[in-house]
Design a protein around this ligand. Structure first.
Ligand SMILES: [Zn+2]
Length: 401
């Protein structure tokens, strides 16, 4: 704050020297700026006495100062509240008490530590970062990954991240099938809750603006009992943990199949999720992030190779005949408008992702539009030659239904 005011005074002083003031008036202005108590008086239009300077001149200087402050004054500097800090292993210790792990964290007062109960039991060592999240504290630390690499068959499998389930693989197996129900359920509940809270916010605002004492008390009660964040945050944390468990379970089941290479859509592309209407947008973007993170981590920990491919039109292309059309897909169902092939839409997408893995023309970085041109060209060439579809010389995985 001192720096802020001093830099402001510098600007005002240069204005004072440019002004038409007499030497005494100039001296008076600088004298006011020299001391915060005098300056405060000047802001209140009190004109402290100075060397027999008449009141009229003193007032002239005071008004000048106030005018200049109004011109130069910008937003007050703000102090940002930190939400995280680092600790090295001298600044904390970990102990267990009645089956629960605690972390003793050093404070600014010597020999006084704060014991924080932890929810986990993993060994924490080295540098940690403490994150303050509402009423919760998170401890972030680095640990070695337990590398469990089993012998892999050298086959390739592709997965398509879903909406009703965590994912579907190119063999048609679905993983985490209760996922969609969990998400829509949570999404509905969240929507209801937020509508309810919005009404309460409006009510709180109404009462807070009222002049009656009982209304003020009501506003305070609403804020305290109905609009608290602790319970809300705790519910969301639990729900996210349940979703994470479902995602993790799904990936573990996939890994049991021991494929050496897992192909997914490029994770830097935005996911092509349908039915965004029924889903809470923030929730689904969180889920996408979690899936990406899990897959990358599992590849590292379980020793399989994760390959990313271009996902453009993989949910609209017919695997047997290669016909591309947005209308091939209706929700969960895929039905080719050209050859009549019918399958589950996610399975179709997974099959197409798998064939992208060794596609010589469509790489991960081929632009969206160029992909469509390539696919259409292939379809027409196949029509002209009257050949069945054999992309890259391979026979389609599934027989035509
Ligand atoms: Zn077809």
């Amino acid at each position: 704050m001192d720096k802020y005011w001093q830099s402001l005074f510098d600007k005002i002083k240069s204005d004072i020297y440019k002004s038409s003031f007499s030497d005494t008036e100039r001296h008076y202005a600088c004298w006011l700026l020299k001391d915060y108590a005098r300056f405060a008086d000047a802001l209140l239009f009190k004109a402290p006495n100075f060397k027999e300077l008449p009141l009229k001149e003193r007032k002239r200087v005071i008004h000048f100062l106030n005018r200049k402050i109004r011109i130069h004054k910008k937003q007050l500097p703000k102090v940002k509240k930190h939400i995280s800090f680092m600790l090295d292993d001298n600044c904390y210790s970990v102990f267990e008490h009645q089956g629960r792990q605690y972390m003793d964290i050093m404070t600014l007062i010597p020999r006084k530590r704060i014991a924080v109960p932890l929810s986990g039991h993993t060994a924490i060592k080295g540098n940690v970062r403490i994150l303050l999240k509402g009423s919760m504290i998170e401890v972030h630390y680095a640990s070695d990954i337990k590398h469990t690499s089993t012998s892999k068959n050298d086959s390739v499998i592709a997965i398509d991240f879903g909406y009703t389930e965590v994912m579907t693989d190119s063999d048609g197996k679905q993983y985490g099938t209760s996922f969609g129900a969990m998400m829509s359920d949570a999404s509905d509940r969240l929507k209801n809750k937020m509508q309810h809270r919005n009404k309460l916010h409006a009510l709180h605002k109404k009462y807070a603006q009222s002049n009656k004492i009982e209304h003020k008390a009501k506003a305070k009660n609403i804020l305290h009992f109905n609009l608290g964040r602790d319970k809300l945050e705790e519910q969301q944390r639990k729900f996210k943990a349940a979703l994470n468990a479902e995602i993790n379970k799904a990936f573990n089941q996939l890994i049991e199949k021991n494929h050496a290479i897992v192909v997914s859509e490029s994770l830097s592309h935005s996911f092509d999720y349908q039915s965004g209407r029924t889903w809470n947008r923030r929730l689904s973007s969180w889920v996408k992030g979690e899936m990406k993170e899990r897959l990358t981590f599992k590849a590292l920990a379980k020793g399989f190779s994760h390959k990313q491919v271009n996902p453009a039109y993989t949910s609209q292309t017919c695997p047997p005949c290669g016909y591309v059309d947005a209308r091939n897909r209706k929700g969960d169902k895929f039905q080719c408008l050209f050859c009549g092939y019918v399958n589950h839409a996610d399975w179709v997408a997974a099959m197409n992702l798998k064939s992208r893995y060794d596609d010589p023309e469509i790489t991960r970085y081929t632009p969206y539009r160029a992909v469509k041109e390539i696919l259409l060209l292939r379809f027409h060439r196949r029509l002209e030659m009257g050949l069945p579809r054999t992309v890259n010389g391979r026979i389609p995985d599934t027989a035509i239904a």
